[in-house]
Design a protein around this ligand. Structure first.
Ligand code: FAD
Length: 466
C-alpha cells in the first residue's frame, strides 16, 4: 500500500483531496448507463484526487506517482459512458478541470488547455472572431475538450466534418509521459491517433490545438412524422442535400420523443417520431421549402418560440442525451451504439426496426463517414437480461450493423479503438510501468492478446496508417 501521507507531502503546493466521499464522487462517470458496467464498477474508487493548475504541476504529480508506483487516471468532467475515467486500481484521479485557459485564437484554429468546458471554449472563439469547434459532443455544456479527445468520438457537427478519427480534426496535442522524468511530447499528423480515444492510457494531454469553423446562431428545429422510417428517409435526403447548412440531424422514433422529452412535450404528439435538427439561420428558407416538399411537419423552431428558458438545446435531445432522458423516466432502459454502413444504411435501419420493434426504439445520428453520408445510431434497449442484450448485439452484427459495445470498459472490447503493435509500443515508451489508467487496455495486460480479435474499429490501428 503506497504511503499516501508521504505522497501528499511530496505534492505540497498542488491541490489534493483525500476526503473519501469527494474522492469517490470524482471516481465516477456515466458507467451506470449500462446495467452490466454498473454491476462491475460500482465499488471503484481512487485514493486521492489531484487537481493541477499547470503543466508543471502535472509533471510533478506524475513524477511522484511514478516513484511510488501509484496509478494515475486522468479526468475531465467524468461524462464518459464506459467507465473510461474510473480508476480500476485506485491511486490518483488527476482532475484536469483547473487547466482551463484558452491560449491563442487564430483564423481556423484555437490553442487551449485540456480542462476547458467545450461550450465555454466555443463561447470564447465565437466572441473573439465568429468561430467555433467543428463538432462537439452533446455534453458540450459540461464535458472538457481534453476528455472529449481522449474519450469521445464525434457529435454535433459530424454531419459535415466527420469525427475525431479523421485526420485534420485535431491539429496538435501536447502530452506528458509517465516516467521517472516525465517528458513533454508534441504530437501531430498520424501520431495524434495514438492518443485520441486512448482513455488517457499513454499520456496526459496538457495542450490542444483544434481546427475551427465559422460560428452561427444555429436554429433548433423539430420535424415530426407519423412513421419513423419516413423520418429516417427525410433525414437521409436532407443530409445529402448539398446546399442546406445543417449541424445536426437525429431521427428519433416514437414513443421516445413524447414519453421522454419532458420540456419539448408540448411540441410533440403522442406516437410521433421526430427529427432533431440544427439549421444555419441563412439556410432556414431553403430548409423550409425542402421540408414542405418532403411532407415533414415543423413542430418546433427555436427562432419562433417566445422564450427558450427551460427548453434544452436540440442537441441535448440527441447523441447520448436521448438515452439520458429515457433512463431518467424509465431506469430499466439501456442502449447500444450501432453503425449502419452505407450506401444501404436506410435499408439496414428498416430491417432492424422490423426485427426489434419497440424492444429497441430507434435513434440515429446522420454523419459523414469516410466522405459518405451514412448513419450511426444509439438506439434504446428495453433491457431484460444480459443474454438477450448479447443476442440483440449478435443479430445486429449478423445483418451487417457493427456494434461499438457500450457495455465494456476496455478499449478493445468497446470496439472503437484498434490497439496494435504500434499503439502498444507507444504505451511502453510513454508509460513503462503501466500506471496510466490501468486495466483499460487488454493488449497491455495480456501479452498474448490477438490484435485481430476485434471486429470493427472507428479509430484504426496505427500500423495500417503509417
Ligand atoms: P471524462 O469522462 O472525464 O474522460 C474521458 C476519458 O478521457 C477518460 O478515459 C479519461 O481518463 C481521459 N482523459 C480526460 N482528460 C484527459 C487528459 N487531459 N489527458 C488524457 N486523458 C484524459 N461522446 C461523444 O463522442 N459524442 C457525444 O455526442 C456524446 N454525448 C454524450 C451525452 C451524454 C449525456 C453523456 C453522458 C456522454 C456523452 N458522450 C459523448 C461521452 C462523453 O461525454 C464524451 O466523451 C465527453 O467528451 C467526455 O468528456 P469529459 O471531460 O467528461 O471526459
Amino acid at each position: 500500500m503506497p504511503d499516501y501521507q508521504l505522497i501528499k507531502k511530496e505534492l505540497e503546493g498542488i491541490a489534493v483531496e483525500d476526503n473519501p466521499a469527494l474522492v469517490r464522487q470524482k471516481s465516477r462517470d456515466f458507467y451506470w448507463y449500462s446495467p452490466i458496467l454498473k454491476a462491475q464498477l460500482d465499488n471503484v474508487t481512487a485514493d486521492l484526487v489531484v487537481t493541477p493548475k499547470t503543466e508543471e504541476e502535472v509533471i510533478r504529480t506524475l513524477k511522484v506517482a511514478y516513484a511510488h508506483d501509484v496509478p494515475v487516471t486522468p479526468r475531465g468532467a467524468g461524462t464518459g459512458n464506459y467507465g473510461q475515467a474510473m480508476p480500476l486500481s485506485g491511486g490518483i484521479v488527476l482532475n484536469l478541470a483547473a487547466m482551463n485557459k484558452v491560449k491563442e485564437i487564430h483564423p481556423g484554429r484555437v490553442i487551449c488547455e485540456p480542462g476547458i468546458v467545450i461550450a465555454e471554449l466555443d463561447r470564447q472563439t465565437k466572441a473573439h472572431s465568429g468561430q467555433e469547434l467543428r463538432f462537439h459532443p452533446s455534453t458540450a455544456q459540461t464535458a472538457t475538450i481534453g476528455g472529449f479527445i481522449a474519450g469521445g468520438s464525434g457529435g454535433v457537427g459530424s454531419i459535415t466534418w466527420g469525427g475525431l478519427r479523421d485526420i485534420g480534426n485535431i491539429l496538435r496535442l501536447r502530452v506528458v509521459t509517465m516516467e521517472a522524468k516525465p517528458r513533454v511530447l508534441d504530437l501531430t499528423g498520424w501520431d495524434l491517433t495514438k492518443v485520441s480515444h486512448a482513455y488517457g492510457t499513454n499520456g496526459i494531454i496538457t495542450e490542444i490545438e483544434m481546427p475551427l469553423a465559422p460560428a452561427y446562431d444555429w436554429v433548433d428545429v423539430l420535424v415530426g412524422y407519423d412513421n419513423f422510417m419516413d423520418a429516417v428517409r427525410f433525414s437521409d435526403a436532407l443530409a445529402k442535400c448539398n446546399g442546406i447548412l445543417v449541424k445536426e440531424i437525429a431521427p428519433i422514433a416514437a414513443p421516445i420523443p413524447y414519453e421522454y422529452f419532458a420540456r419539448h412535450k408540448p411540441y410533440i404528439r403522442q406516437g410521433q417520431s421526430i427529427v432533431a435538427l440544427m439549421i444555419a439561420p441563412h439556410s432556414m428558407d431553403p430548409f423550409l421549402a425542402f421540408t414542405s416538399q418532403q411532407k415533414g411537419e415543423i413542430t418546433f423552431r427555436s427562432d419562433k418560440v417566445e422564450s427558450m428558458k427551460g427548453i434544452p438545446h436540440a442537441y441535448e435531445l440527441a447523441w447520448n442525451h436521448t438515452t439520458l432522458r429515457a433512463i431518467k423516466v424509465d431506469p430499466t432502459i439501456t442502449y447500444l451504439q450501432v453503425q449502419y454502413p452505407g450506401p444501404d444504411h436506410v435499408a439496414k435501419v428498416q430491417k432492424m426496426v422490423e426485427i426489434f420493434g419497440d424492444e429497441v426504439p430507434g435513434h440515429l445520428e446522420f454523419i459523414k463517414f469516410d466522405g459518405q453520408i451514412q448513419c450511426s445510431g444509439l438506439p434504446l434497449v428495453r433491457y431484460t437480461s444480459e443474454a438477450r442484450l448479447e443476442e440483440i448485439i449478435r443479430i445486429h452484427q449478423d445483418h451487417g450493423c457493427p456494434i461499438f459495445n457500450p457495455h465494456r470498459y476496455t478499449l478493445e472490447e468497446g470496439g472503437m479503438k484498434q490497439t496494435d503493435t504500434v499503439q502498444l509500443a507507444f504505451k511502453k515508451e510513454t508509460d513503462p510501468k503501466g500506471l496510466l489508467n490501468p486495466g483499460k487496455m487488454i493488449a497491455w495486460d495480456n501479452p498474448n492478446f490477438d490484435f485481430k480479435a476485434g471486429q470493427n474499429y472507428l479509430f484504426p490501428g496505427l500500423a495500417a496508417l503509417m
